[in-house]
Design a protein around this ligand. Structure first.
Ligand SMILES: [Zn+2]
Length: 236
């Protein structure tokens, strides 16, 4: 059975590894919810400083450029907040410092729905396997959401215990729910297009790929364009 999520959560937090990840993973959903009045925040764990094949690029310059690109995308999507943790790209560790930081953001923003990468999705056909930072972010986020943020004796210095209701994991091989993004697919494509440092050409290929992926999910969901997620009901 296809489950289409129609309800718009009041407060949303999306936690991803790199500056372009939220837009690629769930930009249509974030735009739809922000447009419907939700307070949508995005947390980006690393600075993205290694995201290039060009050995002559200065990593600090690239990190700055990518933050600018992400800021541009955030304005397009109508985000309420975009926050950078600034960990070194490619070196994110699922340690208690990262989990404490994620817990503090969850307790501070009190989101009903949290989005992040599905860390169990490793191999996507023969062409791609999931980036280490994505897997690390996904597992750290899951552990931060349950039980850590909900129980007061975990990281007591990180704020008052809070349980998010729902986690939606993107980039999953086992989607269980979909969000209809037909009305915001153009916003998603525009947001992904902001990350000019991440494609060698004018980005036409990326724009087509984003559209095709959402169209494929749309077919599974019975709508024009969709984004699919593994849903976890955490309580609340
Ligand atoms: Zn990434």
């Amino acid at each position: 059975m296809t489950v289409l999520l129609e309800e718009v959560p009041d407060r949303v937090l999306a936690v991803y590894a790199h500056p372009d990840d939220p837009d690629v993973s769930c930009g249509g959903t974030l735009a739809r919810w922000a447009g419907a009045g939700a307070e949508v925040h995005v947390l980006i764990c690393t600075n993205g400083a290694k995201g290039t094949t060009d050995a002559d690029v200065d990593p600090h310059d690239l990190a700055r450029r990518r933050a600018d690109e992400a800021g541009e995308a955030a304005r397009l999507l109508g985000l309420a907040g975009q926050h950078f943790l600034g960990y070194p790209d490619g070196e994110l560790e699922d340690d208690s410092a990262l989990r404490a930081t994620l817990v503090s953001w969850v307790r501070k923003l009190r989101p009903l729905t949290v989005l992040g990468p599905d860390p169990t999705a490793v191999f996507f056909g023969e062409d791609y396997f999931n980036h280490r930072d994505h897997r690390t972010t996904g597992f750290a986020l899951l552990d931060a959401l349950s039980p850590a943020s909900a129980l007061p004796h975990y990281f007591p210095e990180a704020g008052v215990a809070y349980q998010a209701e729902t986690a939606l994991l993107s980039g999953t091989l086992e989607p269980t729910v979909w969000v209809d993004v037909t009305a915001t697919i153009d916003d998603k494509v525009a947001a992904v297009s902001c990350h000019r440092s991440q494609f060698p050409d004018d980005g036409e290929w990326v724009r087509r790929a984003v559209r095709e992926r959402c169209q494929e999910d749309g077919r599974r969901a019975g709508v024009g364009y969709a984004e699919g997620f593994r849903r976890l009901r955490l309580g609340g």
